[in-house]
Design a protein around this ligand. Structure first.
Ligand code: G3P
Length: 224
């Protein structure tokens, strides 16, 4: 499964990129607004920090003509950019157009397998299926993800299913279980993935024993 960072914060991207496990970054208008920086400069900086990664940047118009203009502008900034488009009627039309022109798309705000089917048929590169927002209202967000992965695989669509609105590591466990292609998550959730109390106590014991014995990796180094 590919791992994307969901953020508009360049400092977070910088830190996560150093781990070498980030395949891309997703942004949305809320995250970009929160960053306090310009859209283009932020997205270009993220492209630079994650070379070769897929970087999603979203259109904000809701009528087809303006959405198309915005999409072409955003796509012209960098070849790593994937144009993020909401699942509304002009959005699906836009995805069909961009697909014909060879521009990659990430269809966002997808909550059902039938919405996902429309995105897949339009040629979406990624289908962003939101889970946290469904769980927030007592639903099971992962149900639609499972159905969408099954639909994409069994019908042979080329779209990749991207689990979005991830709130905690259990969502990542579930995304792996349903064989989602990608999960995007906030920096804090990726940090949580590292954590296990037995890792911490185990490491402490190894280091205490090592230090008590007065050992050194470099002992004798450089001696012929
Ligand atoms: O970028 C889309 C998505 O991941 C948003 O998450 O936490 O605002 O529901 P959230």
């Amino acid at each position: 499964m590919k791992l994307f960072l969901d953020t508009g914060d360049v400092e977070e991207v910088k830190k996560a990129a150093e781990w070498g496990v980030i395949d891309g970054v997703t942004t949305n208008p809320t995250l970009i607004a929160k960053s306090g920086k310009g859209f283009r400069e932020t997205v270009l900086k993220i492209c630079e920090l994650v070379p070769g990664g897929a970087i999603s940047a979203e259109v904000v118009a809701t009528d087809y003509d303006t959405m198309l203009k915005e999409a072409l502008e955003i796509a012209s900034w960098h070849d790593q950019i994937v144009v993020k488009v909401p699942l509304i009627e002009p959005g699906v039309r836009l995805v069909s157009t961009l697909t014909e022109r060879g521009i990659r798309t990430n269809v966002t705000l997808v909550f059902t397998v039938t919405q996902a089917m429309l995105a897949a048929k339009a040629g979406a590169t990624f289908i962003s299926n939101f889970v946290g927002r469904v769980d927030d209202i007592s639903g099971d967000g992962m149900e639609a993800v499972a159905a969408t992965v099954e639909m994409v695989e069994s019908y042979g669509f080329e779209s990749e299913v991207l689990v979005a609105s991830v709130r905690h590591p259990q969502h990542v466990v579930q995304a792996l279980a349903v064989r989602a292609h990608i999960a995007t998550m906030p920096f804090g959730v990726i940090q949580q993935l590292f954590k296990h109390p037995l890792t911490d106590s185990g490491l402490k014991r190894f280091l205490d024993d090592w230090n008590k014995a007065g050992l050194s990796i470099f002992e004798g180094a450089g001696v012929a």
